[in-house]
Design a protein around this ligand. Structure first.
Ligand code: FES
Length: 178
C-alpha cells in the first residue's frame, strides 16, 4: 500500500497579499446618541439600525420600495434607510421612530394622534407614516388632504383615511408638535 501523500498548498507570493487597511471610524448621531462605526462604511443604515443597534422600528420596504416603511429623518428630511450608507451619514443627525417620544416616554403628538384615531392596523407601515408625518408637519403645520395623500407611504391594511385624520388631529394641536 502506498503511503498517503501530504497535500502541498501553493503559497501566494508576498506581493499578491494585500491586507485590509485599518478602517477609519465613522461617527453618527442617532436619536441624540453618538455611535462609532468601524465596520464596512458601505453598510446601509437600515441594517446598522436593525442588526447592530437593534432599533427594529424602521422596517424593510422590500419589493414595496416606495412604501416608505424604511424612512428615517436625516437632518430633518425623510430618507429611506435602505438607500443611504453609514459613510454618507458621518457627522449627520438621524432620527428614527424610536427617537420620536420624549425621554420620559411621553409620546410625540403624532404618535398619540395615531392611537386616538385608531390609525394602526398591523403596524408595519406605522413607523414610516410617523416619520413622514412629522416631517410634513414641520414643513407645513396645517397640511391639506392633498399634502397627506402625496406622502410616499403605503398601508396594505387600508388605514390611509385614519392616518389622514391622525395627521390632521396632530396639526390641530400643533403647538405640541416637535
Ligand atoms: Fe398594516 Fe399599514 S397598518 S400595513
Amino acid at each position: 500500500m502506498l503511503a498517503a501523500q501530504a497535500q502541498v498548498l501553493p503559497i501566494a507570493p508576498e506581493d499578491t497579499i494585500v491586507p485590509d487597511k485599518v478602517r477609519a471610524a465613522i461617527d453618527v448621531l442617532i436619536n441624540g446618541e453618538h455611535f462609532r462605526h468601524t465596520g464596512d462604511p458601505k453598510l446601509p443604515l437600515l441594517w446598522y439600525l436593525r442588526d447592530v443597534l437593534r432599533l427594529t422600528g424602521t422596517k424593510i420596504a422590500g419589493e414595496l420600495a416606495s412604501s416608505g416603511a424604511d424612512l428615517v429623518l436625516v437632518a430633518g428630511k425623510p430618507v429611506p434607510a435602505a438607500g443611504v450608507t453609514i459613510e454618507q451619514l458621518a457627522g449627520r443627525e438621524v432620527l428614527t421612530v424610536e427617537g420620536l417620544a420624549a425621554n420620559d416616554g411621553t409620546l410625540h403628538p403624532l404618535q398619540q394622534a395615531f392611537i386616538d384615531e385608531d390609525a394602526i392596523g398591523c403596524g408595519y407601515c406605522t413607523p414610516g407614516w410617523l416619520i413622514s408625518g412629522v416631517a410634513l408637519l414641520q414643513r407645513k403645520p396645517q397640511p391639506t388632504d392633498d399634502d397627506i395623500d402625496q406622502l410616499p407611504n403605503v398601508c396594505r391594511c387600508g388605514c390611509q383615511t385614519r392616518v389622514r385624520r391622525a395627521i390632521k388631529r396632530a396639526a390641530a394641536g400643533k403647538a405640541n408638535v416637535a
